[in-house]
Design a protein. Structure first.
Length: 247
């Protein structure tokens, strides 16, 4: 069994320091790894990245993250990623990493993702250059996720994104903004591989549980949705959907 702690949209800055840490200190007892689904910071500054590294670093378990749209706000995303990497936090953007846990190999493939919408109500790669650029970005990012998912041979495979791969976990958000919260191409990439679990954030007013068209469990772990420092899910057990811990 592998226990995965997950959260997203923690929006750390100096005012948040210490808020998550008491629960995070308990992580080695609760989980084998922590995945953070983007929006690590409030405005994507280097100082905020250092705050995130202080709050979420040195936990005694591996920490793997993707960036979110807030982490791009100040156009310092490369430096933000460097700060996190220097703190031994793994940052994924179109890559996969493998962890050896309890004799099993856990693979995590991650991208930020992008918008575009879902089947029946989505943007298309047609018309103005601006629209083609928008959808082109979605297609490129989703292809990178697909390649990352297929790049590893593991016992359990997890997709980590900021934007949602399905509309199910957006329930509660206004329909008008669904195209800015996720895209079907991410779900298609997830379904192309033997993915056991998909985790995302971004939709603060969404719902926790959903599935891809191919049946992969999807969890919206945005902090405003789960309302706690992290949820814990288990893989390589009888029930991948079982939530183990409410900390």
């Amino acid at each position: 069994m592998i226990r995965i702690a997950a959260v997203g949209d923690v929006h750390v800055d100096k005012d948040v320091l210490g808020r998550f840490r008491p629960a995070l200190e308990e992580l080695p007892k609760q989980a084998d790894v922590l995945l953070v689904a983007g929006d690590l910071t409030r405005h994507g500054t280097v100082d905020e990245a250092r705050c995130f590294a202080e709050e979420f670093g040195g936990l005694g378990v591996p920490v793997i993250v993707v960036l979110g749209n807030h982490d791009h706000q100040s156009d310092q995303q490369s430096r933000v990623a460097e700060v996190l990497t220097e703190a031994d936090i793994t940052v994924l953007e179109g890559e996969a990493t493998v962890l050896e846990l309890h004799g099993h190999r856990l693979g995590v493939a991650g991208v930020k993702g992008f918008g575009g919408g879902f089947a029946g109500a989505c943007a298309s790669n047609f018309g103005e250059r601006e629209m083609k650029d928008f959808v082109g970005t979605t297609e490129v990012v989703s292809q990178r996720l697909q390649e990352a998912l297929h790049s590893v041979q593991v016992d359990a495979l997890v997709a980590l994104t900021h934007y949602s791969p399905v509309p199910d976990t957006l329930l509660g958000e206004p329909l008008e903004i669904y195209p800015f919260l996720g895209c079907y191409q991410l779900g298609r990439a997830i379904d192309s591989a033997p993915t056991a679990l998909a985790l995302h954030g971004h939709a603060h007013h969404g719902s926790e549980r959903g599935r891809t068209p191919g049946g992969v469990p999807v969890r919206n772990v945005a902090h405003p949705v789960i309302k706690q420092a992290y949820n814990v899910y288990q893989l390589l057990s009888e029930d991948v959907d079982l939530q183990l811990v409410a900390t």
